[in-house]
Design a binder for this molecule. Structure first.
Ligand code: SF4
Length: 494
């Protein structure tokens, strides 16, 4: 005679029960203080958090689909106690209320799983993936285009200046306009006006030049101001999307058009353990190399200390990263570029003359070339990487390559062979080689593809999350946080 109970319709082992229990045990005070009180009664934030996390676990990412699920799906109805938040409420909660709060929720889940032995905070595997932004794919700003346009304007201004000087020398007895691309829009305006005043009533001034000047006067100062604002947004990037300025254009693995088209996206870095996400960070760089240090800083912020070991692929094997890991006392199992080739004798035989095959005599600070000739230290220099890291390079030169029968195979330069050696990087490579080929290192190397890579496959392929729903780095961070909690709770429920 009574209506059926929803509780009877949700099996005792269903993931929705696990998720509900986990969220019930979390401290959400940071979220509660965001609610001022007063006004209409709002939905309880714990219930909305459950809805979002369960939705991300069940491949539902759109707020409208979540609204629909809250009205129709038994598991959602059970979770919400038959409350039915609409998509605006869900969206506002996701993009506004969870700001600066979700990471705390995520770390609590991670610590809970660590306490249950489901994951480890000591040994982590780092890798990254790119996920497309919600931004429009075809509205972009390119750093190189700005540079080219400024160079073109500089060349045209110089031409105009020279033309004006050639026919109105007296009026133009001022100095050169200077390095045009670096001067302010005011200076450009002033220079253009000066040329304009000199040529305006001049009988010899051509109409074409006057038209060019009018165009420059009208458009250039604004264009320069726009370029300055765009360069500020670009920072060290080469591109950004106009509809999501935090997103950078990058090459994605998912290329539905099969034309290598760059798409606006984010580089997501993940520390993983047993296919659970232990920490995550969002980066604008398309390559992984420069993301490791900020990622580990985020890890430290999340968990209060660094992991004991970090295992990563060759994309992270830079001198700066090795140096950082050494200084922070983290045991690194990180490959460098040629590590795999170095392990194969056949591959080594293909490159018998490369620098790493030359013998180094440390006492005499000399390399010995393949013909047994000493290569002397002829100086050193420093180089700054794009990330601002200073490298110390030492040059060694063979004494006489003339008439050497190996010359064609050994090197192509005109004079004697010169090599540039980064001793510190070589030292790190040697350490990495020893660590990676040790018994423990071999285990870590074998586990890396199993521990971290399936996470991306699972999120992108099995759970069809290929593109963020929200725009802007802060919101993307919330969305990935929800995905990370969902991934971890799926592992718990499995
Ligand atoms: S070409 Fe010069 S560096 Fe190379 S093996 Fe001959 S002598 Fe040595």
């Amino acid at each position: 005679m009574l209506p059926p109970s929803l509780d009877d319709m949700v099996s005792a082992t269903h993931p929705v029960r696990i998720i509900s229990k986990v969220i019930d045990d979390l401290d959400i005070d940071a979220l509660l203080v965001k609610y001022k009180g007063g006004g209409c009664a709002s939905y309880h934030p714990r219930m909305l958090l459950k809805v979002l996390i369960y939705a991300y676990t069940s491949n539902i990412y759109s707020s409208r689909k979540m609204e629909e699920a809250c009205q129709q799906n038994i598991h959602f109805l059970w979770l919400t106690g038959q409350q039915m938040p609409d998509h605006n409420t869900i969206n506002r909660f996701r993009s506004e209320r969870l700001k600066h709060v979700l990471r705390h929720v995520f770390t609590q889940v991670v610590h809970m799983l660590a306490a249950e032995g489901i994951l480890s905070l000591k040994e982590v595997y780092v890798d990254g993936t790119k996920i497309e932004s919600a931004a429009n794919r075809y509205t972009f700003v390119w750093g190189n285009a700005i540079k080219t346009n400024k160079e073109k304007m500089a060349a045209q201004l110089r031409e105009l200046w020279q033309y004006a000087r050639s026919i109105a020398k007296e009026e133009m007895n001022d100095t050169d306009p200077g390095d045009f691309p670096t001067v302010s829009p005011e200076k450009i305006r002033e220079t253009v006006e000066k040329i304009d005043a000199a040529l305006r009533d001049h009988p010899e001034a051509s109409k074409k030049v006057k038209a060019k000047l009018a165009y420059a006067k009208k458009n250039w100062p604004d264009a320069l101001e726009r370029y300055a604002a765009q360069e500020k947004i670009l920072g060290r990037r080469n591109s950004y999307s106009k509809t999501d300025p935090d997103a950078t254009f990058m090459r994605m693995k998912e290329d539905h058009m099969k034309n290598g088209q760059l798409k606006p996206g984010y580089n997501i870095q993940v520390s993983a353990s047993k296919q659970c996400i232990v920490s995550y960070s969002i980066h604008p760089n398309p390559t992984d190399t420069t993301t490791l240090i900020p990622h580990l800083k985020q890890y430290e912020e999340d968990h209060g200390s660094l992991p004991e070991t970090v295992t990563a692929d060759a994309g992270y094997g830079s001198e700066q990263n090795y140096e950082h890991l050494e200084q922070t006392g983290v045991a690194a199992y990180v490959k460098y570029g040629y590590f795999d080739k170095d392990q194969s004798e056949a591959e080594c035989r293909k490159r018998p003359f490369t620098q790493d095959k030359l013998h180094y005599n440390k006492e005499k600070d000399q390399y010995i070339c393949p013909m047994g000739q000493p290569m002397d230290n002829v100086g050193s220099n420093t180089k700054k990487t794009e990330a601002g890291f200073t490298q110390q390079l030492t040059r060694y030169q063979a004494r006489n390559c003339e008439g050497c029968p190996m010359r064609g195979a050994c090197h192509q330069s005109k004079g004697n062979r010169t090599i540039e050696v980064n001793h510190n990087l070589n030292r790190h490579k040697q350490r990495a080689r020893e660590a990676l080929t040790s018994e423990v290192g071999t285990v870590h190397r074998k586990r890396r593809p199993v521990e971290v890579e399936p996470i991306f496959g699972n999120i992108k392929e099995n759970h069809r999350f290929r593109r963020f729903m929200l725009r802007g780095r802060e919101k993307v961070e919330i969305e990935f946080g929800l995905l990370a909690i969902a991934q971890n709770l799926r592992k718990k429920a499995a």
